[in-house]
Design a protein around this ligand. Sequence first.
Ligand SMILES: [Zn+2]
Length: 208
Amino acid sequence: MVVSRLVNKLFTSCTWVLDGKWLIDCGDVEPLLPLLDGGQVQGVSLTHGHFDHIYGLNDLCSRFPDARVYCSAWAREQLLDAKLNLSYYHDTPFVFAYPERIVVVDDSSRVELGDENVATAVATPGHTPGCITWMTDDALFTGDAYIPGVRVVTNLPHGNKQMAALSVKRIQDLAVNRSICAGHDVDASVLMTTISLTTNHPNRPPSN
Ligand SMILES: [Zn+2]
């Protein structure tokens, strides 16, 4: 799987692009376009519904009519409520304008990414009650549930420190042979990077 990362202007949140057609979270859209292979986005998997991880979704969905948005039930509420997603308290209140595109997922839900790649939703609450870590054969897209070297933020509304600690443990247990792809890069010097992840999954032949 080829994974590209875009560091967004707002709070250096990260949008991850999987094989040029699937997104994890969505901030700035314009700089994302060169990273798309074939110029289409098929879906977006959200790690959670804070506005710095979702603010590009209206722009994105207006450009890509087939794109679906996969998220937890809690993140769905955040998408549709500017106070819950915290954008209300910043410059531009954001409400998602395409609720019919939302697909609600739960712990263990599997989402087909194409080319036999699958992302499994792992419930990792604490930063928000509805945080999802998206797990592929090669990677964990953790959002704000786990950023290596950074304490999980639990002092925002509905945060829970105890749950966050359990989620970090769960993520670390799953991290063997998987790259951690986190929701922010506070030290980002390069805004766009592309990495090729090696597939270590024992049941899958190596790609050629
Ligand atoms: Zn957050």
